[in-house]
Design a protein around this ligand. Structure first.
Ligand SMILES: [Zn+2]
Length: 186
């Protein structure tokens, strides 16, 4: 695989991507069609206030997760997902989506492993990332937004799962242990 670097697009308000028009409400996202990461500048504040996940490394985790989606695109996983999407029900697709998202968390962890190797992690950084991964879990978000959770509607995984896969990537530092699609237990 030849690695192509993705492009980071910072915007405020709304933005036009090859995946359509998006507003800041959607949160950071990666568009496989143009291989760009889109991050609304206000999200750093949202992480602190709305998600209670402050710190520079919380934001680093968010960006690394989106780059994880870029790696999935380069590996052909995003294309596979698009094919699956066209032939299964929404509820069934959600299960694949969770595995895709947890793998992006794993890849973010792999990046954090190497960031540590380069000596850029400060005391507390790992905890900031784990806290952020937990804060964006489907169960936590749904519980806060509506007071109950609907597991069938999960698309990103629970707080526990997101933390677990990020940490697994952090410990492994390689792609080998990141097969969330083959994992029996997420
Ligand atoms: Zn994602």
């Amino acid at each position: 695989m030849v690695y192509r670097e993705p492009i980071l697009v910072l915007y405020s308000g709304s933005v036009q991507s090859a995946c359509g028009m998006a507003g800041s409400a959607v949160g950071p996202f990666y568009c496989p069609a143009d291989e760009k990461l889109y991050i609304d500048l206000s999200f750093y504040d949202d992480l602190q206030t709305q998600f209670k996940a402050p710190g520079d490394f919380a934001m680093a985790y968010v960006i690394a997760h989106e780059v994880g989606h870029h790696v999935q695109k380069l590996l052909g996983i995003s294309d596979e997902m698009a094919k699956i999407r066209s032939r299964v029900s929404e509820e069934e697709y959600n299960k694949y989506s969770v595995r895709l998202e947890l793998q992006a968390d794993y890849l973010a962890g792999v990046w954090a492993h190497h960031a540590q190797g380069m000596g850029v992690l400060e005391k507390g950084d790992l905890e900031e990332a784990l806290n952020a991964a937990s804060a964006v879990g489907d169960d936590t978000i749904q519980q806060r937004a509506r007071g109950y959770v609907v597991p069938e509607s999960f698309t990103h995984g629970t707080s526990e799962q997101r933390k677990k896969w990020f940490y697994r990537g952090f410990e492994a530092g390689n792609l080998e242990e990141g097969d969330t699609f083959g994992a029996g237990n997420l």
